[in-house]
Write a protein that binds this ligand. Structure first.
Ligand SMILES: [Zn+2]
Ligand SMILES: [Zn+2]
Length: 202
């Protein structure tokens, strides 16, 4: 390095290239060895790791820093993440052996397969829909509405409460959610629970 002198400011932030015009990285620092200033190193950031080279490896400084290729081959590289683990690439040129500390976590994705077996209805099913009886108004024949609140059957057409015989009541479907009698809504052909305020599939 006789006759040549550089300053930190003149090299830090510059891109470092080899004499073969290969980009190494960005110069981030100069590491000065106080015990022996001749051991002062230039620190180049390669992205994932840092390369330290003796400043004697610097061939030229201008808009870029030119590094002697042979010097790079013997460079000291270190992982940026674990700066203390120095990897001495003594004989292997430029090839940095980085310890693989990344543990591959294999995500065990258990495929949740929907059961393909069809749900078979039990043979001894409670009275099919056809056996249900729709309580009707004895006066007009309209389907009656059961109001659980009053425990009474109401004819919306005649606008009056109607007494339903126990025989009919025994065959009126009940709400599976609350147990009250269901009301048949002829307009939609569905049973409705006026307690749950919802249609019920029976
Ligand atoms: Zn009626
Ligand atoms: Zn209900």
């Amino acid at each position: 390095m006789s006759g040549k002198s550089i300053t930190r400011g003149s090299v830090i932030g510059l891109n470092a290239y080899t004499t073969e015009a290969k980009l190494i990285g960005k110069v981030t620092d100069l590491e000065i060895d106080l015990a022996d200033p001749r051991n002062t190193m230039i620190v180049i950031d390669k992205g994932t790791e840092l390369v330290k080279l003796p400043v004697s490896a610097i061939k030229a400084v201008g808009d870029i820093v030119l590094i002697e290729s042979e010097a790079l081959a013997n460079a000291v590289t270190m992982k940026k993440s674990a700066a203390e683990t120095r990897v001495e690439a003594a004989t292997q040129p430029a090839q940095v052996t980085t310890p693989t500390t990344t543990t591959t976590t294999t995500a065990t994705t258990t495929a949740t397969t929907a059961p393909t077996t069809p749900v078979t209805q039990p043979v001894t099913q409670a009275a099919p829909a056809t056996q249900y009886v729709i309580p009707r108004c004895p006066n007009c024949g309209s389907a009656l509405i059961y109001y659980p609140k009053y425990r009474a059957w109401y004819c919306p057409k005649c606008r009056k409460y109607v007494t339903v015989s126990p025989d009919v009541l025994s065959r009126v479907p009940r709400c599976p959610y609350c147990g009250n009698y269901l009301s048949y809504i002829e307009q939609y052909g569905k049973w409705y629970c006026y307690n749950c305020n919802r249609y019920v599939e029976i």
